[in-house]
Write a protein that binds this ligand. Sequence first.
Ligand code: ADP
Ligand code: MG
Length: 270
Amino acid sequence: DQPEPPGPAGSTDLPPPADCMVLADNVHKSFGRLEVLRGIDLAVPAGSVACVLGPSGGGKSTFLRCINHLEKIDAGRVWVDGELVGYRQSGDRLHEMRERDIAEQRSRIGMVFQRFNLFPHLTARQNVMEAPCQVKGKRRTEARTRADELLARVGLADKGETYPAQLSGGQQQRVAIARALAMDPKLMLFDEPTSALDPELVGEVLDVMKDLARSGMTMVVVTHEIGFAREVADTVVFIDGGVVVEAGPPDQVIANPRHERTKSFLSKVL
Ligand code: ADP
Ligand code: MG
């Protein structure tokens, strides 16, 4: 009962996988008869930030989940740092990776969701230490030092001993970012990281993300924060109806969108 490998890549005029931190080639995904992704192409160079915009239901979250194989794609290919995601190739055949290899691949990708999903029974510091200790077998003293560095980096040096319930939404989200960074990811995925926050808490989380971008982290960020996209993104990708309607630098896609669907969406959120 080997699962079906995905159908072919599109391989049109995309750069070679080795030149990108993320390369998606012709990604298709359906849920039953609902075709959610209909041939997504995306190239994200190392050290750059791609912001994904688009209306609700357009497939943005599904696409992010395909990047770390939380969803299996029906056709196409995804590479992260030059390595095929979820499959290994022998000859011209694809075989799904073993769970262990998938987990190992995933551990190199940090993900931050709309909901912070912190462990409620652990302090901020323990939340950040958990994966390095459990997954990587890091020694606790070492993990603790690193956790404190990361908490300081997200502006929470004094909150190590605090439990999530005693933190604001913005603080919890910053702990979630520190927790993702604790695994030393080479890629960070953000799925509407500020959408669940009260408006006055959005800025502190975006500031942490800006710092991270400035430090050279490769990031794919699904967001409705157009100002952030405009300031931080190297590439803005507008996804609607499971396709990339338009992609390019912010000056182009946000300031001078070419497509009616992009214009219409931006006029609603700006
Ligand atoms: P977005 O993040 O752009 O709002 P999503 O990727 O969450 O869009 O969803 C795209 C479409 O796929 C929606 O119609 C959604 O209902 C559907 N969908 C997402 N996940 C599933 C799933 N696990 N099973 C069935 N349908 C899904
Ligand atoms: Mg979504």
